[in-house]
Design a protein around this ligand. Structure first.
Ligand SMILES: [Zn+2]
Length: 118
């Protein structure tokens, strides 16, 4: 993992650029000036979170040609990477993951996602 202090410096520089680009705070529909700033920051941080998850999930190592179907235990064939929409901790996300297809169950599965193994 990258040096956390270096990351914090880059985040601070990015936040400074954003603050300049966003201009004056519009608190006309907020509870207060601070509420307006926090709402804006939450929206931006959620967008950064979603983009980081999308990009990092695309960096997965190459998938095997076959994987065990979690429902029937037979072998499923690799279909290629697929983008999938899901709800993460901070809202909607798009992730990229390997998709397998089980001919017996006639459906796709995603073995890298532990939720699918239950
Ligand atoms: Zn199956």
């Amino acid at each position: 993992m990258a040096d956390i202090d270096a990351l914090k410096e880059r985040i601070a520089a990015f936040a400074c650029e954003l603050a300049e680009e966003l201009g004056a705070v519009d608190d006309s529909s907020a509870l207060s000036w601070l509420d307006a700033i926090e709402s804006e920051a939450v929206e931006i941080s959620n967008a950064v979170h979603a983009e980081l998850v999308k990009q990092r999930s695309a960096d997965r190592p190459a998938a095997a040609e076959e994987s065990v179907c979690p429902e029937c235990g037979r072998s499923g064939r690799y279909q290629g990477p697929r983008e999938r929409e899901l709800i993460g901790r901070r809202g909607p996300l798009t992730i990229r993951e390997p998709e397998y297809f089980c001919a017996c169950c006639r459906k796709s599965f995603f073995p890298a996602d532990p939720i699918d193994w239950r």
